[in-house]
Design a binder for this molecule. Structure first.
Ligand code: ADP
Ligand code: ZN
Length: 817
């Protein structure tokens, strides 16, 4: 009997791929270990062991694996099981889930070059036999590849040997493919050991009496050492002594100081002290015991608490209890950029136990977090992260918090796996027998529905902490204001009055506009032509700061036009407005106040967002203009007024969730006002002050909104009553996408009849020169989801076997958001 291993390759293959292995390898290999395997003509991939077995593949001759990369599994059994669920539920390949889950540094595709360390002096006796063989080979050849090492040693597990050679300083790796991860080293200094005695030190100081600065550095170091009894960082010495790095270097060169390195975690926190968590008020205490009670029966619970009701403090209590039992806690947030405030809040209580898994972190930082979690390290008891943190190697997960559960960024859009982190979190928690808490002030219809149906527990918290009143929300009728000439630019007299008052009282103001740039449309007033993106079916947005026209779909940009491309007249005008225009208007209206803008254009870079938040918190900014980014869970204490410049483009967005989303967005931005003692004020400018959603927002009537929207969803067969699968076909040829979509829809319709909608072009029907066409499948509650997907897969496979359609890209989005 021969042995085989099924592996997951980090590419979209429908099935696991099978390789031949030896009996010894079969005993050694465990699911979740990495192996390097040949695939296709000449590629080598890092793959994950899925399972070993004794059945040869039928369709192809199994190749042998190239080498084994791990000593023990890097991916846990639960992870594999969870990935499997994601892959089958969201209709994608396991490889795509693997890609999304593993830091790139773990999935290597190139080759390491091993070369001799010329400076090392090695005596043969230090080396084991295998090591010596490599060492010797490197005398004949300047470098070796892993492949060469494998053939020299005639074995596939060579990593430990190479590692050992690296440790002994015998060889160096040029392009480290195994671990692109390099630990971060911090430079430390100490006095050279020759000066340890009092006498020698005195002599040294005398010697240095003419090199004053150097003498000061030595004294500084001495003081620091006495005081802290810990290793002294070069950077600390520099700060403490005020010396330049050149002076320190001179001392190192003279062998007076000695430099050394200690490996540290890249993500570390300075604070070591931890506070006690806050004492809960009456409502919080009640909610907490209610939560615990319901958790004894239900594994998922919705905490519906108005903004600033103190939900986070409740989470903290629940986390404390979990930690006491020694279990890991996962804290999911919609966007990691928003963690700054939360992370420092949690660190105040839990110190080093908090680990952050940040999509903007470098590969190294992600590897560190992964390893800490895998090893149940003390440093990774509480893991905070955005949706992909869900895919980490938890060992003993006890509790998941999904904060702001209604946020749509929990759903991954592109590329696959197109999973919803909230839903996948619940599945993950169940695998561990853990509990999931969904928290928000504005639950998604899905979640509230599940809670009303008794599937989830429900705890409500309707009082703000400290009894601060919910903000007073006023609707401003734009039509009326324009008619009576009470507008300055896009600001009504009411908004200007309220802003003036808040600013005079020393409070801050937030202004919300859901578009970035200066204006979304440029139009010629003579002929009506407006410049379009050459690659997409959309108008170009004007960005004043760079005097550019830009496409928000593909990134295309060009200089702003001087005259109309169609008629040549110089009568170009802007239509509509974005954050940039509002910022400009604010500057003119309030020249004595500082204004800043928070949108995609101003928050690029690793710390772009954090810097802006800090400046606002520290009151360096009086007025902050921004997009959606402003809405999410930020806690600004000095904001008294929030202005929403135009509610209508939210409400009129062409999507069945537009009303629900508008409610959530406006309620959330409003929630940023008046978070401490004073009652906040919110002004919403609109042409439709009688719109139901606006009435519901202004009276804080979540439940009315829910009932009305649910009724619509019921009537029009949308979630949460029906499930949705959206299929998007993409091709650069307009005719082909039409033919393909018609074929696809027709096949679906034979099975699902009237529950198939489309094909239909979306509002922006061409993006990056690809035409898009959508088909929507509505699935009634009693129709089996697995069977539906199976049927879709079959149709999909027949579709793909048609030669003309092979080049059409098909995206399947389950539970489309
Ligand atoms: P939410 O998460 O519901 O928006 P937070 O937990 O951020 O609300 O609480 C709002 C504010 O009230 C925060 O500044 C928080 O520190 C404060 N707060 C909440 N609960 C307490 C408490 N029990 N004791 C002291 N301060 C609290
Ligand atoms: Zn474009």
């Amino acid at each position: 009997m021969t042995d085989f291993v099924d592996v997951i390759l980090p590419i979209p293959l429908q099935k696991a791929f099978t390789y031949y292995i030896t009996e010894a390898e079969a005993t050694f290999l465990k699911p979740g270990m990495r192996v390097a395997v040949p695939f296709g003509k000449s590629k080598i991939y890092t793959a994950l062991v899925y399972k070993t077995h004794k059945t040869p593949p039928t369709a192809y001759e199994a190749k042998t694996i190239h080498q084994i990369l791990d000593e023990k599994p890097l991916v846990t059994e639960q992870q594999l099981q969870h990935w499997q669920w994601i892959s089958s539920y969201y209709m994608c390949s396991l490889g795509e889930v693997m890609r999304a889950a593993m830091p790139n540094a773990f999935i290597l595709e190139s080759e390491t070059i091993i070369s001799r360390n010329e400076t090392a002096e090695i005596s043969d006796s230090e080396l084991k036999d295998d090591e010596f063989l490599i060492y010797e080979a490197l005398h004949h050849q300047s470098s070796l590849k892993i492949d060469d090492v494998i053939s020299i040693l005639d074995r596939k597990r060579v990593l430990p040997i190479i590692n050992s050679l690296v440790e002994k300083g015998v060889v160096q790796l040029q392009e480290e493919i195994y671990q692109k991860y390099t630990p971060k080293l911090v430079r430390y200094v100490r006095l050279h050991s020759t000066f340890k005695s009092e006498v020698k030190l005195q002599e040294l100081l005398e010697d240095l009496s003419r090199a004053k600065k150097q003498r000061e550095v030595v004294l500084s170091l001495f003081q620091l050492e006495v005081r802290s009894k810990k290793p002294i960082k070069v950077s600390d010495l520099a700060t403490h002594s005020g010396a330049s790095s050149a002076i320190i270097k001179a001392l190192i060169d003279k062998d007076i100081l000695e430099e050394y390195h200690i490996q540290i975690d890249r993500v570390s926190f300075d604070e070591e002290t931890t506070d006690d968590s806050k004492e809960l008020n009456e409502f919080q205490t009640k909610a907490l015991s209610e939560i615990k009670l319901q958790f004894s029966e239900k594994s998922v619970l919705l905490l519906h608490g108005v903004t600033s009701s103190g939900k986070t403090e409740l989470y903290i209590k629940l986390i404390e209890e979990q930690l006491a039992t020694g279990k890991q806690v996962l804290y999911l947030l919609p966007e990691i950029a928003l963690t700054t405030q939360l992370v420092s809040r949690l660190q105040n209580y839990f110190g080093e136990k908090v680990a952050v898994f940040h999509s903007r972190y470098s590969g190294n930082e992600r590897v560190e977090a992964w390893n800490n979690i895998l090893n149940s390290s003390e440093k990774a008891q509480i893991i905070i992260g955005a949706r992909s943190a869900l895919l980490l190697p938890f060992q003993n997960l006890g509790f998941i918090i999904v904060d702001e559960e209604h946020e749509q960024s929990y759903k991954q859009f592109d590329p696959a796996p197109r999973y919803h982190a909230r839903d996948a979190a619940i599945v993950l928690a169940n695998m561990f027998g853990a509990k999931t808490l969904l928290g928000t002030a504005t639950p998604s219809l899905e979640t509230y529905y599940n809670a009303s149906e008794g599937k989830y527990g429900l705890v409500e918290l309707s009082q703000r902490y400290n009894d601060v009143l919910m903000p007073d929300i006023e609707l401003v009728d734009l039509a009326d204001k324009y008619k009576r000439k009470r507008m300055k630019g896009h600001f009504s007299d009411r908004l200007i009055e309220e802003m003036t008052e808040a600013l005079v009282e020393g409070f801050q103001v937030i202004l919300f506009q859901n578009r970035r740039g200066f204006s979304p449309i440029i139009e010629c007033t003579t002929c009506g032509h407006s410049p379009q993106c050459p690659n997409c079916d959309v108008s170009l947005t004007y960005h004043q700061y760079r005097d550019q026209l830009r496409c928000h779909y593909c990134g295309y940009n060009s200089a702003m036009l001087k005259s109309c491309q169609a008629c040549g007249n110089v009568t170009l005008d802007t239509k509509g407005f974005g954050t940039e225009q509002i910022e400009g208007e604010v500057k003119t209206l309030f020249p004595d106040n500082t204004v800043a803008r928070m949108d995609l254009d101003t928050t690029r870079g690793k710390y772009g967002f954090e810097k802006l938040i800090t400046r606002f918190e520290q009151k360096e900014i009086d007025i902050l203009v921004g997009t959606q980014m402003l809405t999410k869970g930020l806690d600004f204490r000095y904001v008294k007024l929030v202005g929403i410049l135009n509610a209508d483009n939210l409400l009129n967005f062409p999507d069945f969730r537009a009303h629900e989303r508008s409610y959530q967005l406006m309620a959330q931005v409003s929630g940023r006002a008046g978070r401490t003692d004073v009652r906040g004020k919110v002004l919403i400018q609109t042409y439709n002050p009688h719109h139901n959603i606006l009435q519901q927002v202004s009276t804080n009537s979540y439940y009315d909104m829910y009932k009305e929207q649910l009724n619509d969803r019921f009537n029009y067969k949308y979630p949460p009553i029906f499930r949705l699968i959206k299929i998007t076909l993409k091709h650069k040829d307009y005719n082909r996408v039409n033919l393909a979509a018609d074929w696809y829809a027709k096949s679906l319709r034979q099975l699902f009849k009237a529950h198939v909608l489309g094909p239909e072009f979306p509002p922006v029907s061409r993006i990056r020169n690809q035409y898009h066409k959508n088909i929507l499948i509505k699935i009634p509650q009693k129709q089996s989801l697995p069977k539906t997907k199976e049927a879709i897969s079959k149709i999909h496979n027949s579709f793909m076997s048609i030669k003309d359609f092979r080049s059409v890209r098909v995206v399947i989005n389950v539970d489309n958001y």
